[in-house]
Design a binder for this molecule. Structure first.
Ligand code: 5RP
Length: 244
């Protein structure tokens, strides 16, 4: 259980990022405890009439339930594309802003995500977003990925043992994620392997090695080319980090 100071820092990062949302935007809704603060803040602004004509695109079933419960109008990614083609706009990224958390952020703003098991839809939504905002407290920052967190890897049930063995052959310790003694199931019905590589010197290289495997559906390394800004809160306030 996290202490209340961490919760306050997460809330502050999330609320600051929500300030970037403007009327009429399509907003990607992240998954996890920090993203939840952003969703709550967005819902409050909609309820108070401070933001109008907002649609949320959830990154998980859990986030979808929360958004609906809080009164945020929800659309799917597929509906975003239908909306675009009906408006005849030639835009490859229909989502204006996505606000999502991360498990680790390195000094070059590469991320590890997927602690909550939603990495696949989170990456799809990030790839369809014009401005991907990451919200974290300072405890998530590290020099190199893997110093603080393992890499969640989503695999086909069909290929579980094969991908476990492949990941072990890369020198990693591999643990099947469980939920009450049963394998954890993602929203797409896949398994998650939590993979301990240790310090990752070259995230881009590791990402492309993992991308090559057919049985790996997706992995939790989000390279910095996906990231526009990181809102990082500490006891000294908020810092907004960006790659360039
Ligand atoms: C879910 C995620 C989360 O964004 C990540 O695990 C961070 O979670 P939290 O904000 O609860 O610390 O990637 O799949």
């Amino acid at each position: 259980m996290e202490n209340s100071e961490t919760q306050i820092l997460k809330k502050s990062a999330a609320e600051n990022a929500v300030e970037e949302i403007k009327d009429g935007m399509i907003v990607g809704l992240g998954t996890g405890s920090t993203a939840k603060f952003a969703i709550e803040s967005l819902a409050k602004k909609i309820k108070e009439g401070k933001l109008k004509n907002i649609y949320g695109v959830p990154t998980s079933n859990k986030t979808k339930e929360l958004a609906i419960q809080l009164g945020i109008p929800v659309i799917s990614l597929n509906e975003c594309y239908k909306k675009l083609s009906s408006e005849n706009i030639n835009d490859l990224k229909p989502i204006d802003i996505t606000i999502d958390g991360a498990d680790e952020v390195d000094s070059e703003l590469n991320l590890i995500k997927g602690g909550g098991g939603a990495l696949l839809r989170e990456k799809v939504i990030a790839q369809n977003t014009k401005s991907f905002l990451v919200v974290v407290d300072e405890s998530k920052l590290s020099d190199k990925l893997g110093e603080k967190f393992f890499v969640p890897v989503e695999v086909l049930q069909f290929a579980l043992e094969s991908e476990k063995s492949f990941l072990e052959s890369l020198g990693a310790k591999v643990v099947l994620r469980k939920n009450n003694d049963e394998p954890f199931l993602t929203d797409e019905g896949n398994f998650i392997l939590d993979v301990y590589f240790g310090k990752i010197e070259n995230p881009a290289e590791l990402s492309s090695i993992l991308n090559e495997r057919a049985g790996i559906v997706e992995h939790g390394i989000f390279l910095n080319k996906l990231v526009d800004k990181v809102y990082c809160s500490s006891h000294n306030g908020i810092k907004i980090l960006s790659v360039s």
